[in-house]
Design a protein around this ligand. Sequence first.
Ligand SMILES: Nc1nc2c(c(=O)[nH]1)N[C@H]1C(S)=C(S)[C@@H](COP(=O)(O)OP(=O)(O)OC[C@H]3O[C@@H](n4cnc5c(=O)[nH]c(N)nc54)[C@H](O)[C@@H]3O)O[C@H]1N2
Ligand SMILES: Nc1nc2c(c(=O)[nH]1)N[C@H]1C(S)=C(S)[C@@H](COP(=O)(O)OP(=O)(O)OC[C@H]3O[C@@H](n4cnc5c(=O)[nH]c(N)nc54)[C@H](O)[C@@H]3O)O[C@H]1N2
Ligand code: SF4
Ligand SMILES: [Mo]
Length: 721
Amino acid sequence: METVHRTCPLCEAVCGLRITLDDSGRVAEVRGDRDDPFSRGYICPKGASLGRLDEDPDRLSAPLVRKGGEWREVSWEEAFAAVEEGLARVPGPARAVYLGNPNAHTMAGAQYGSPLVRALGTRNVFSASTADQMPKHVASGLMFGDPMAIPVPDLDRTSYLLMLGANPLESNGSLCTAPDFPGRLKALRGRGGRLVVVDPRRTRTAALADEHVFVRPGTDAYLLAGIAHTLIAEDLVTVRVPANGLAEVAGALRDLTPEACAAACGVPADVVVRLARELAAAPSAAVYARIGTCTAEFGTIAQWLVEVVNALTGNLDRPGGAMFARPATEAPGRRRPYRTGRWHSRVRGLPETNGELPVATLADEIETPGEGRIRALVTVAGNPVLSAPNGARLGRALAGLEFMVSVDPYLNETTRHADVVLPPPRVLRSGHYDFALLQFAVRNYARYSPPALPLDGRPSEAEILARLAMIAAGQGADADPAALDELVLGQMLRAAVDAEGPLHGRDPAELRAALTGADGAERRLDAMLRLGPYGEWNGGKLSLRTLLDAPHGLDLGPLEPRIPGNLRTASGVVELAPRPILDDLARLRASLGRPAPEFVLIGRRHLRSNNSWLHNVGPLVGGTNRCTLQINPADVARLGLDGTAVVRSAAGELSVPLEPTETIMPGVVSLPHGWGHEGSPQAVAARNAGVNVNVLTDETVVDALSGNAVFNGVPVTIAAS
Ligand SMILES: Nc1nc2c(c(=O)[nH]1)N[C@H]1C(S)=C(S)[C@@H](COP(=O)(O)OP(=O)(O)OC[C@H]3O[C@@H](n4cnc5c(=O)[nH]c(N)nc54)[C@H](O)[C@@H]3O)O[C@H]1N2
Ligand SMILES: Nc1nc2c(c(=O)[nH]1)N[C@H]1C(S)=C(S)[C@@H](COP(=O)(O)OP(=O)(O)OC[C@H]3O[C@@H](n4cnc5c(=O)[nH]c(N)nc54)[C@H](O)[C@@H]3O)O[C@H]1N2
Ligand code: SF4
Ligand SMILES: [Mo]
């Protein structure tokens, strides 16, 4: 028996785990790591099932190559040779890549995703970000100049939290890295603070709150506009950060009165006004909005208004308010002001954001003939057939590709269309560092987990992605992946010695020689830590060594104010009224008097689920974790429904089992995403198939500024089946 300590890679909460392995390397037990200063022993049922996931017999153990409908296990050499042959047939501009959610949870995704994208030589870059948080990046990019500068609520110190469209008691939090989110919310109430939750469902998070406010799906932008309007109209504004555009904000919101907004969002005007007054009066307060408000028609406007309200109440960048983390691997910021629309998608003319195109138009780009049509696709850690809007259409489009390669441990609804599937090794054979998630932590913190077990002759995911990149760049299947790490390291160190700062004028070769680490991925982490804000090469202590010596993680202190140092706007101050957002308000106004559809569809998450995967882990499925349509009993009675119903949208239709519940607003129905595993080679998932909600979601409707998919507020009709 051996005990190892690792960060859980399954969600954004980054809990420390204490894992007991038996002599054969099997996971015997998983517990929370009580010595982790951030998670302090917290664990959820998913983390506890890591062993079951690890030994899932349906996880792929060797690469697969498909000929017609037949899958064949092949050697890694043969698999990479097949990739080389497939990609060689399709020139760069006709290739595409889709990067899925777990890329935010693997070192390989963080370190080798960008080189892979560059090597493919295409602007057809898609990811789960445009089915998720792109509105946040665009709002932050335009206001702070940096799309990654996303403030988080200072959860442990705030005295008032207004939470919209998030359900951390199921999701464990998102773009707000906070292990034991439920405990932190209880502590907020325990110290006399107030929690208000805005959601069309009375969720478990809402049940824990002081107040739950029902909102009509897709209309949070109105509610937030009404709050901002009230702050300005009642002279409750105290902006404490250097900022431009307050007068423009006031002008732009003048007609969006609480009464006008109430009519659109369904929250009574007196509640809108009261929320504004409470936010202004609280000793400290934060507004936090997540997926329910992002994957919506006015997603970017809503995220902008969140930060406008935080700024107007004096809570942006101050303890107890909305603050920016300072991650240990933060690179010196870019100086170019942020903009979107540097290029546009070929078929629908949708603007690029963060170097990507909206996943809502991926099927268009594959299906529509003409120069630049996508003919080859690389997917890494994604399942867009179940996660993209109108995923059913996307599935049909994938079947028509000339070549597709997927890096994924499973054969699933998406990877079954690939010609080659490359499975990464077990979680315990990979190192783990949360490059992405620690940018959004509610305390500054760092933890590195080295591989707990050696590689068993299979390449690491880092090596898989590096080799894909080198093949895509035309260097062939035999190129040495280590060369890629050296290239990246060389660039990083060269930039450091060229820049003003402690390393100015040093010799990059001498710095390179000082790096430690068992492989390229670790050496790159070492360099980033040393160069980072707490780094050994920056007057601090951090390096790979210090993290290896702290297997339970290192607390780097509470969040500290960062404005103006972290701003990248041309003006150097916060831009409260970016032109593109003010222009988009016309779209919000235009829909003010729009009649509400009879029913709108929203999503939901379950604690024991994880987007489209983990459905093959027996202990996690079943019980309340099921793919049912939540509907208010009054609607069931009015329509005379019984058992199941047919749901229709502009995109498609589904027959679904009903789950009547008083917890959902009348006129709103909710179906979780990530299901629809009928016929899956994953045996447990196939027995608990459910249906694909993204048969119903409409890829033709996006948030205009970010191109983000709209999953909440989808007009549907319901009929007896
Ligand atoms: N209707 C509706 N649709 C939604 C949402 C919604 O709320 N409603 N939510 C959206 C959101 S927020 C997101 S993030 C997307 C997610 O969309 P995707 O990222 O496309 O889908 P996931 O289900 O997260 O797919 C994860 C894939 O990664 C694989 N995987 C797991 N671990 C690893 C690993 O270590 N390495 C590799 N290479 N692969 C791995 C899994 O087997 C699985 O195939 O879905 C979106 N879709
Ligand atoms: N257990 C589990 N955890 C997960 C995931 C998972 O699938 N399962 N997925 C991970 C991913 S990829 C992400 S992005 C995060 C997401 O994390 P969260 O943002 O917390 O996501 P949800 O739990 O879906 O909560 C969204 C809430 O928004 C509500 N809602 C829907 N429409 C609207 C609306 O128009 N307005 C408002 N105000 N509310 C609305 C829904 O009812 C729901 O309660 O979770 C992550 N964690
Ligand atoms: S809350 Fe998230 S990080 Fe923590 S154990 Fe559960 S799945 Fe893992
Ligand atoms: Mo997500």
